[in-house]
Write a protein that binds this ligand. Structure first.
Ligand SMILES: Cc1cc2nc3c(=O)[nH]c(=O)nc-3n(C[C@H](O)[C@H](O)[C@H](O)COP(=O)(O)O)c2cc1C
Length: 397
């Protein structure tokens, strides 16, 4: 690919752990809703083939649960040997486009959906999940050995399936992030309390993943700069968290924010697609709750470009491994500025849902920003037939 017209190194190859990536743009993990019965479908493969063809250096296949009880949607993938051949077809398709493949692996912890898993969500401490209208279950020390093992097994299977990287979901209020957050982790043992304790179990999981990944696969950790509410994990703790993950063997961290069960739109910013969310909610009670109280239950955060860029600079300065920035990276100028400030690369979600070709168009100098309008109806769509740009559908393109 040609260097960008602005002259930055955005479109030059670079090294991330054991990987050589063709440029500094990565498709951010965006749950696709394309795994009926938790199995990757043809639609998922074609979705990522298109993203890979559109020019990113690596595409992240989103949310693969390490165990069936770590899911909050029935269409979320969960890892087992039977799905490896279908995953292999997908990684082959991605590689044929000259693109690397990453698998986001995680566990929803306390906000796992009992309607999907048949059990209450496992969490560091008991907490109330408003939109589930139920409590999470506090994990005893004996409950934690299994998820550790599940993360390792999932990584081994991902490697077998041809993935170049795994991205451990350590942010957004998922299980690892529930341990990091003082709001959801009120444990009195050596896994709760000061940050050195709260990070202990998440770092142990990353170390297990590192061991299972072997030397040829990259290990990334998506982590929060900030949970986005008082009492949650704040930005001052983020540099130490990045260091702990690096010491546990991560090759890079992906910096985001927000807590799914409290501040789900903090990681997105922009409009709240209440009407579409109501339409896709199967439970009549929750549908009613959402339509009456959706705007009260889900805090709205106005969109702004590159919304974690400034706040994340202390992480960039202190992290021993490359920091990949995500969140509102919709303009070339923010990537150029981010590079100058030390970010290694940029993960793009909505711009590549809106237009998978966006990175190539940037590289060719045809555009300098995404025309995504942050209506966030793509978020509702992931639960209503599969992620797509609803605005583009309506425009008939
Ligand atoms: C439809 C949709 C689904 C998402 N699903 C996930 C997910 O499964 N895992 C995750 O870490 N982030 C998820 N996100 C958040 C994105 O990875 C990203 O952090 C966020 O969209 C901000 O980046 P953007 O401004 O480039 O879209 C999702 C975002 C969207 C729009």
């Amino acid at each position: 690919m040609e260097p960008t017209p602005s002259g930055s190194d955005l479109f030059q190859p670079w090294t991330l752990g054991p990987l050589r990536l063709r440029n500094r743009m990565i498709r951010s993990g965006c749950f696709e809703g394309m795994c009926p019965d938790g199995r990757p479908s043809e639609a998922l493969r074609e979705h990522h083939r298109a993203v890979a063809r559109g020019g990113v250096a690596m595409t992240t296949v989103a949310y693969c649960a390490v165990h069936p009880d770590g899911r909050s949607y029935a269409t979320e993938m969960w890892m087992r040997p039977e799905i490896v051949p279908a995953l292999r077809e997908m990684t082959d398709a991605i590689h044929r486009e000259g693109c690397a493949a990453s698998l986001q692996i995680g566990h929803c912890g306390g906000f796992s959906d009992p309607r999907v898993t048949g059990t209450r969500g496992l969490a560091p401490s008991r907490f109330f999940v408003t939109y589930r209208l139920g409590f999470a279950r506090e994990a005893g020390a004996e409950d934690l050995a299994r998820p550790e093992e599940d993360f390792a097994t999932t990584t081994r299977l991902a490697r077998e399936a041809g993935f170049d990287a795994v991205e451990v979901h350590g942010g957004h209020g998922y299980l690892l992030s529930q341990f990091l957050s003082p709001w959801s982790n009120r444990r009195l043992d050596d896994l709760g309390g000061p940050l050195a304790n709260r990070v202990r179990w998440p770092a142990r999981v990353v170390a297990r993943v590192r061991e299972a990944a072997g030397p040829a696969m990259a290990v990334l950790v998506k982590m929060n700069l900030d949970d986005g509410f008082p009492g949650g994990q704040r930005a001052q703790e983020a540099p130490a968290i990045a260091r702990a993950f690096a010491e546990a063997g991560a090759d890079g961290v992906v910096l985001s924010g927000g807590f799914t069960s409290r501040t789900p739109f903090y990681m997105l910013r922009g409009d709240l697609p209440v009407r579409e969310m109501v339409q896709n909610e199967p439970s009549p009670l929750r549908r009613l709750g959402l339509s009456l109280f959706g705007r009260l239950l889900v805090p709205v955060h106005p969109y702004q470009d590159a919304f974690f860029l400034e706040g994340g600079l202390p992480v960039v300065q202190e992290s021993p491994v490359p920091v990949i920035l995500v969140g509102g990276i919709h303009r070339r100028e923010d990537m150029t500025r981010g590079r100058a400030l030390g970010y290694a690369a940029f993960a793009l979600g909505r711009p590549t849902i809106r237009d998978p070709e966006f990175p190539s168009r940037l590289a060719r100098g045809e555009v300098d920003h995404s025309d995504c309008d942050r209506c966030n109806r793509c978020v509702a769509a992931m639960d209503g037939g599969g992620v797509r740009c609803v605005t583009r559908d309506l425009e008939g393109r």
